[in-house]
Design a protein around this ligand. Structure first.
Ligand code: TRP
Length: 341
């Protein structure tokens, strides 16, 4: 096992357990994050306590956590080569979040985009939502993370994590914690059926784990231009081709581009090709997902063993932090003996 041995950089991915992933999540986030596993020491965690800012239903929470674990495992996450765990299994994260809260200005949090957007959209302004960036900073710093692969929407959160980690080091000793960096994923922008970015809120998604019929229906519903069958067609810029490019081999991609440019090949044909390519990649994952989804014990075992590994790293960080800030020094120094009579 590579985890504790080599001096690879650490990368950490947080996954909010909300909806089942769609093709956009898979191609844009899951697949690129899983591809980091060889190069980095990788941790993936299910951010259940972050989800609590909006999910207030225990059954839903349980289901989402299992679904998300099953999804990532089905997409190829190898729990022996990486660490997959639940955020809530390592409560030390709240300890660090508190330390950060004491070093961070209210005004900074008030300016956080995610918070402002959520409020603008009418979300309940609970304190959890307000503190979200500090809990996220603690997630990242607790595991000695060097790099966090994120999309642009999370960039500000990573800046906050860098900021508090830097403050802590300045105030209490350089090297106390690792200052993380964002790694803005060169993840492709995945277009949805209407050509805009694929997103649940736009209703333009192509499902990942739905039965083949539904997949085909979504693919056939992709908007295209309305040239004649005979007309030569420009593949670049068309949603069908852009998606095909993300899923098919470079060789097959060239073949489809040539067929379209030559004319006599309709968008309907191209959609058929896209469906075949998607189905070839997805079918084995779908099967694995269906198997795993109902195996709560198997999933919990995997998450438990991930937590055991994550805890070792978290404890190391917290020992350094507690020492640095002067909290609980006797707990690990072993020098003072306290007698209780
Ligand atoms: N905020 C992230 C999102 O909405 C989820 C998340 C929580 C996260 N903690 C994290 C991501 C730590 C990366 C690192 O997608």
């Amino acid at each position: 096992m590579q985890i504790m041995t080599e001096n690879k950089k650490t990368s950490l991915t947080g996954i909010k357990p909300t909806n089942l992933p769609h093709i956009g999540n898979y191609l844009g986030a899951i697949r690129p994050a899983l591809r980091m596993a060889g190069e980095y020491k990788t941790l993936y965690f299910i951010a259940d306590y972050h989800a609590l800012t909006s999910i207030h239903d225990a059954a839903k929470m349980r289901q989402h956590v299992h679904d998300v674990a099953a999804s990532w495992l089905a997409c190829g996450l190898d729990p022996n080569e990486t660490i997959l765990f639940r955020q809530s299994d390592i409560p030390e994260v709240f300890e660090l979040a508190w330390v950060f809260a004491c070093l961070f200005n209210v005004g900074h949090l008030e300016r956080s985009h995610a918070y402002k957007d959520a409020i603008a959209k009418g979300a309940e302004a609970n304190v959890g939502l307000f503190n979200y960036p500090l809990l996220m900073a603690a997630d990242i710093v607790l595991y000695g993370t060097d790099e966090v692969p994120v999309g642009k929407d999370q960039q500000q959160h990573i800046e906050i994590a860098r900021d508090v980690a830097t403050r802590l080091n300045h105030r209490f000793g350089e090297g106390t914690v690792v200052v993380p960096k964002a790694r803005i994923t060169e993840a492709p922008l995945v277009p949805g059926t209407d050509g805009q970015k694929m997103s649940k809120s736009l209703g333009n998604t192509i499902p990942l784990f739905d039965p083949p019929k539904r997949l085909r229906k979504a693919v056939m519903g992709i908007k295209t231009s309305s040239e004649d069958l005979e007309a030569p067609k420009e593949p670049k810029g068309s949603t069908v081709f852009e998606l095909y490019q993300l899923i098919a081999s470079p060789g097959d991609t060239d073949v489809l581009a040539e067929k379209l440019r030559a004319g006599g090949y309709g968008w309907g044909h191209a959609k058929g090709d896209l469906y075949e390519a998607l189905e070839a990649e997805i079918a084995p994952m779908r099967e694995k997902f269906e198997d795993l989804r109902n195996e709560a014990d198997v999933l919990d075992d995997i998450l438990d063993s991930g937590a055991a590994k994550a805890r070792v790293i978290a404890n190391r960080t917290m020992r350094r932090v507690r020492d640095a800030i002067g909290i609980s020094p006797a707990r690990h120094g072993g020098k003072k003996t306290v007698r209780i009579k």
